[in-house]
Design a protein around this ligand. Structure first.
Ligand code: FE
Length: 284
């Protein structure tokens, strides 16, 4: 068995996005090979409505999937095909933009002003970049929880833990998206498929993410792991909660501008031209 060790540890960075949303970006618009098949991860947790209410008004996506996970507050969503909905506490929206959607995402928070959520972008393989858009709306009640022998509690959004499968299936990169809480004073071991890219983002507490690590990683830490078939996480006097996502790398060329990610510059130019000409939407 080969235990994965962190090859990169960093902190998410304050970033201004959308119409003026203050969020923290863990990765994106950088080393696409390191994170392949993932493109971007934003942490939009805030207790101050003025930091998020401006939201993400109308914008297009093509060639990717965006996965929004909300822990507190509401995000109102609408798209130009007439789809409308609210992503509430504990819910996940797994949106496959495919050939294109034009949508807006407006964080509304809760009665206490809290808006806690995350958005992950997954790349689509070349063969699926122009597929029909698809939504998978996952409510909190649909997400199964597994308690492991070492006392960890795992919420399975996508992928499989033991015999328990998450509600989101049929994704080509075969991703796993887990919300894991490891209690204090625990040694947590988790199998990972060799060859997959594995990334963790700490959202509460702290833990050591390698068997011989001396330093703990706390809130807002991002870790990318070496290859291996197992992840080892150790906690001391605090519990740790982290999001873990893994998937099969695509190893395809990436042409990326803003919210559109294709394989070639020509495809990018086509996408932006179609957006400005009003011919962007291919599936109605
Ligand atoms: Fe968007």
């Amino acid at each position: 068995m080969t235990i994965r060790t962190p090859v990169k540890i960093s902190q998410s960075i304050p970033t201004l996005e959308g119409a003026g949303v203050h969020l923290r970006r863990a990765f994106g618009f950088g080393d696409t090979a390191l994170f392949d098949p993932f493109l971007l991860f934003d942490d939009f947790r805030s207790d101050h409505p003025d930091q998020y209410l401006k939201g993400f008004p109308w914008h297009p996506h093509r060639g990717i999937e965006t996965i929004t996970y909300v822990l507190a507050g509401d995000v109102e969503h609408g798209d130009s095909l007439g789809n409308r909905g609210t992503i509430s506490s504990g819910d996940v929206q797994w949106m496959t933009a495919g050939s294109g959607i034009i949508h807006q995402e407006m964080p509304k928070g809760d009665e206490r002003g809290r808006m806690h959520g995350f958005q992950l972008w997954c790349n689509l393989p070349a063969a699926e970049k122009m597929c029909a858009p698809r939504y998978r709306d996952v409510t909190a009640a649909m997400i199964p929880t597994v308690t492991t022998a070492d006392g960890a509690v795992i919420m399975v959004i996508c992928g499989r833990v033991g015999e328990t499968a998450g509600p989101v299936e049929d994704i080509t990169i075969a991703p796993q998206y887990l919300d894991i809480t490891v209690p204090a004073g625990a040694d947590f071991s988790h199998p990972t498929r060799p060859g997959d890219t594995v990334v963790a983002y700490v959202i509460d507490g702290s833990a050591c993410f390698a068997p011989d690590a001396k330093t703990e990683s706390g809130n807002c830490s991002l870790l990318v792991f070496s290859d291996g078939d197992r992840l080892a996480v150790r906690t001391a006097n605090r519990q740790a909660r982290f999001l873990l996502f893994s998937g099969r790398p695509l190893r395809e060329p990436v042409a990326w501008r803003g919210p559109i990610v294709m394989n070639t510059e020509e495809e990018l130019q086509t996408a932006f031209r179609e957006y400005h000409e009003g011919t962007f939407l291919k599936h109605r």
